[in-house]
Design a protein around this ligand. Sequence first.
Ligand SMILES: O=c1[nH]c(=O)c2[nH]c(=O)[nH]c2[nH]1
Length: 294
Amino acid sequence: MPVVLGPNRYGKAETRLVRVVRDGDVHHIKDVTVGSALSGDMEAVHLTGDNAAVLPTDTQKNTVYAFARKHGVAQIEDFAILLARHYVDSQPTVHHARVEIEEYFWDRIPGASGAGGGRHSFVRSGRETRTCVVHHDRDGSTTVVSGLKDLVVLNSTGSEFSGFVQDEYTTLKPTGDRVLATEVSARWRHLPGASPYGESYDEVRRCLLGAFAETYSLSLQQTLYAMGERVLNTRKEVCEVRLAMPNKHHFLVDLTPFGLDNPNEVFYAADRPYGLIEGSVLRDDTPDARFAWE
Ligand SMILES: O=c1[nH]c(=O)c2[nH]c(=O)[nH]c2[nH]1
């Protein structure tokens, strides 16, 4: 039976990079993880072991560090675009590059006392992780998807869930006042052309949080749509938002065995299983995504 090579790519996953910018004695840090994946004329390496077309993954790792020194790391999307274009433009055998970056936030440890207070001492932030995936193709097109993950949010009221299907297996009681909590994973696709990625990130995050807090929720699905809709109505550079939101269930504990009432105050925060609500919200004239989400 004939066998052929299917889609393939190769690269260096999870290159850890910390870049320190020294602004006098005030330092700034950028803490990122970079992954690159290249594809193109890679038949020979798979079929015969001829490595002539292969830019080693070790070189890809080195390129990340060299580019961090030469160009700095400002917005992760811009750094990913720089890398992706470099691989395609410098290597005739590379037709397509995918670069993904995660960024972890650090807060300054405040206070002027001590050696590093306020200037070069940091504490890892409890904030979400910022993400991006950039594709660059030999046909010249670049796609940028920005995102965040691990953004944990909770509304202690303003959420109900009722009117759902009741079949012979349904035991869930309708509720008119519940805790709604989730860990938001959001990714948003930029329209072609450069965006102000830093401002865009801050504003999309603000939209997501604002819509979560301000939507009176009849379901997590409704909240998800409201969050995506708020982003698209606010940010012109974004054409599609994809959200994945686990329902972090908070179950009211029955305290009657102890002679106590429980007026929506004491909850068991279950970690599994959890409902997983996923969806995308997009402009009706959104251009074709091509490989953007791959
Ligand atoms: O917001 C919700 N959506 C659901 O689809 C669902 N299903 C469920 O058991 N609880 C909830 N909550």
